[in-house]
Design a protein around this ligand. Structure first.
Ligand code: XIL
Length: 297
């Protein structure tokens, strides 16, 4: 194929990008979006602070703008993210215990119900594990409601939208390490006990290199019977094009790696300000990293 999306589709995968609703009026942005990508993730618009700014009052305006753009263009949508310790509305940050637990589960149910039938994959839980070597859960208000909050969230999401694939998503999980192994053990346990999990997202925010066991790590999760997806790919540094190529080839080498999402279109769209970690420059020109990905697909 001649674009990322069509080339990925020929390999049975999608190629997506994070999208910001307030950029959908930018002609350079939407031209690249519509030409190159066949999947989108809302960069911020489906997060808790955006969708439930006041308890029980939901606002889907900007999430719906992205979803409607995607549907008009025939793109699939990754939902991101139902529960996360970050980007919570202030009212939720102030809750704890059973009150917070009820609010969390209501949030999952209401948002997944609003988008029922329209989401390819949901990041049900984002970034619940600690960095470093402990293999522990991250301390958060969510975690303090009880260790079973993750499985409760997956069950609520399945009940609300039975056709969405339900993912756990995290970063610093690129190689086989203590954090990724802790997540692996959770997924294995969930599969053994019938907790509804279908996929694991690897954010893959990388700096100039990727662990040599990246593909092996994807494969060990796939071997648990879940799909794997590269969900927020961005790569800084002088070795950028080579690393993009390596990551793309790793996904293609794993049968259950179903798609790749980059975390923005142009370098000027990136949350990693000044690091230029994306596939298009600020003017919308294709970078060497773009060509490396296209050639790898
Ligand atoms: C980032 C967005 O790109 C920024 O616009 C926002 O200010 C902060 O969040 N992990 C995730 C994403 O799961 O939701 C984050 O997105 C990047 C890290």
């Amino acid at each position: 194929g001649t674009t990322l999306g069509t080339s990925a589709a020929e390999r049975g995968r999608y190629f997506g990008t994070a999208v910001a609703a307030n950029k959908l009026n930018d002609g350079v942005y939407t031209t690249i979006l519509n030409r190159e990508f066949n999947s989108v993730t809302a960069e911020n618009e489906m997060k808790w602070d955006a969708t439930e700014p006041n308890r029980g009052q939901f606002n889907f305006t900007n999430g719906d703008r992205i979803l409607n753009h995607a549907r008009q263009q025939g793109m699939s949508v990754r939902g991101h993210a139902l529960l996360w310790h970050s980007q919570q509305p202030g009212w939720a940050q102030g809750l704890e215990g059973s009150t917070l637990r009820s609010a969390m589960m209501n949030h999952v149910t209401q948002v997944a119900t609003h988008y029922r039938g329209q989401i390819h994959s949901w990041d049900v839980v984002n970034e619940a594990f600690a960095d470093g070597t402990s293999g522990a859960r991250r301390d958060s208000n969510l975690q303090r409601t009880g260790n079973d909050w993750i499985e409760a969230a997956f069950r609520a999401a399945r009940a609300a939208d039975p056709n969405a694939r339900l993912c756990y998503n995290d970063y610093n999980t690129d190689g086989i390490n203590a954090k990724s192994t802790a997540i692996y053990n959770m997924v294995r346990d969930f599969r053994a006990r019938g907790v509804p999990i279908d996929c694991v997202g690897f954010q893959s925010h990388l700096t100039n290199s990727v662990p040599g066991d990246y593909q092996a790590n994807l494969q060990r999760f796939a071997d648990l019977g879940v799909d794997v997806q590269i969900t927020e790919l961005d790569i800084s540094g002088s070795n950028q094009a080579n690393v993009y190529s390596t990551v793309t080839r790793a996904c293609l080498a794993v049968a259950r790696c179903t798609g790749i999402t980059v975390w923005g279109i142009r370098d000027s769209d990136s949350w990693r300000t000044g690091q230029n970690p994306l596939l298009f420059d600020a003017s919308g020109n294709k970078k060497p990293a773009y060509t490396a990905v296209l050639n790898a697909l």
